[in-house]
Design a protein around this ligand. Structure first.
Ligand SMILES: [Zn+2]
Ligand SMILES: [Zn+2]
Length: 91
């Protein structure tokens, strides 16, 4: 078992594919960098509306450069600054 997004065999965390509905939400196993990146890139609304499957996330245009990069590294933890876009949407 590894990360369902980048496919690397590293430790993973639980991502709820439908945020805010954690009890019924399907989950995915994502490594910390991918998990961080997903939440920094998309709002909860976008995740729920468009990216509620691992397949959708894997194909997301906004994640492609990150995925291409992370797959070449062995990083298990990264710091990701939330984009202004997401920060504006929050709260
Ligand atoms: Zn990953
Ligand atoms: Zn998550």
């Amino acid at each position: 078992m590894g990360c369902e997004l980048c496919g690397r065999a590293v430790e993973t965390t639980t991502h709820h594919l439908i945020p805010k509905n954690r009890t019924e939400s399907p989950t995915a196993r994502l490594c910390q960098p991918c998990h961080k990146q997903v939440h920094a890139t998309f709002t909860h609304h976008e995740l729920k509306q468009e990216y509620d499957t691992v397949e959708a996330l894997r194909g997301a245009e906004r994640l492609q450069s990150f995925l291409a990069w992370i797959r070449k590294t062995d990083k298990t933890h990264v710091r990701v600054d939330d984009s202004d876009r997401v920060r504006r949407w929050r709260d």
